[in-house]
Write a protein that binds this ligand. Structure first.
Ligand code: MG
Length: 361
């Protein structure tokens, strides 16, 4: 499959590239020039499916013929020509090229060559090359539309790129600083590198909080963070009334912006009567996974006078660790009394408060 239609960091290379131009807010018109044989592959593009304002033009047999086809429908006085295989182009680089077009007919982003350059033959260095004054060209390359269109029509063919076409027509092309991350996907390793850079760019860190209270009633034990603790009374609730696990579950839902336990497991639904609360927690964790988030930390505080939590805290961490598939070192379970004040102080019930951290990477 051509590289621009392959997936990188969960998305088609072409879509990353199109999004950069959509988000930069500088492009009034986007023209996608493609190989006629790739028409079916374009249907895989989320952006092309959801937007009707991107013009699709079938390209020609050569790069120059494709650029000419694209230029024929460009209405704006200035145009940027970009390679779809550069999905990491940043809105700021697009802006820099656009800005430079107010004082230049042609603009190309480029990086100075900083590595030593050698010629080689048969696996041996044959000659050192002077890198002074050498640049690595990137795209988008910007031009005044009428000038580059005329230069393409006049060119006999065989040019390496649009800069060569422009220069053959006597147009002056200015260099602006390119970006090291504006990678052109060429070899298989480039996919891994591009994925890493794209993932870093879209990293999303969330914290959610949860709070829950359950009332004491008859019973001989309480369930707290998945651990059964013998006690003179039990906690009342539709499920097993595990107030700690409920607070953690709600913290995860909170981080995802996905409501709360009551919304996902309505208390009037007989299916959940007496059920172990870990089904709620497992659901929240799998929902996080569906949203592309990884749970990285949970902190839960139980508020009660009795039972004493300390002796059970480590078992709770292990139990929670298994359910959430999270290391015990990333789980905090602690307890406090409320100094005999309020409902918790009068031992009418137990409260729990929790925070969950989620990272999309
Ligand atoms: Mg509850």
């Amino acid at each position: 499959m051509p590289k621009q239609f392959r997936t990188v960091a969960g998305r088609m290379v072409l879509d990353w590239t199109l999004e950069a131009f959509i988000r930069c807010d500088r492009a009034r018109q986007i023209v996608l020039v493609h190989n006629p044989e790739d028409r079916a592959l374009l249907e895989g593009s989320e952006i092309l499916r959801s937007r009707t304002d991107i013009q699709r033009i079938e390209g020609g047999a050569t790069r120059a013929a494709s650029v000419r086809a694209g230029l024929s429908v460009v209405a704006s006085p200035r145009v940027l020509i970009h390679d779809a295989a550069r999905p990491l182009v940043s809105p700021s680089l697009i802006g820099t090229v656009c800005d430079a077009l107010s004082t230049n007919v042609g603009v190309v982003p480029a990086l100075r060559v900083t590595d030593a350059l050698w010629r080689g033959h048969d696996g041996r260095v044959t000659e050192a090359e002077d890198r002074e004054g050498l640049f690595r060209a990137q795209t988008p390359q910007g031009f005044h539309t009428d000038e580059i269109r005329a230069a393409h029509i006049a060119h006999p063919g065989g040019a390496a790129d649009d800069v060569a076409v422009a220069r053959a027509a006597g147009l002056d092309v200015a260099i602006v600083p390119g970006e090291g991350t504006n990678l052109k996907i060429t070899i298989p390793d480039d996919f891994d590198h591009a994925a890493q850079l794209l993932i870093e760019r879209r990293m999303d860190i969330r914290t959610g909080n949860g709070f829950d209270v359950h009332r004491f009633g008859d019973g001989d034990h309480v369930m707290l963070c998945g651990v059964r603790i013998p006690h003179g009374r039990g906690l009342q609730g539709h499920s097993d009334a595990d107030v700690g696990m409920h607070a953690v579950t709600d913290a995860i839902y909170g981080g995802l912006g996905e409501g709360d336990i009551g919304g996902h497991f309505p208390p009037d639904d007989p299916r959940w009567k007496g059920s172990a609360s870990e089904i709620f927690l497992r659901h929240a964790v799998s929902l996080a996974d569906d949203h592309g988030f990884r749970l990285t930390h949970v902190d839960c505080t139980l508020i009660c006078e009795n039972p004493k939590i300390g002796p059970y805290a480590f078992d709770m961490k292990i139990k929670m660790s298994k359910i959430m598939n999270l290391s015990t070192s990333c789980i905090s379970i602690k307890a406090t009394t409320s100094e005999r004040l309020g409902f918790a102080g009068r031992e009418e019930g137990i409260a729990a408060i929790a925070t969950a951290t989620l990272v999309r990477a």
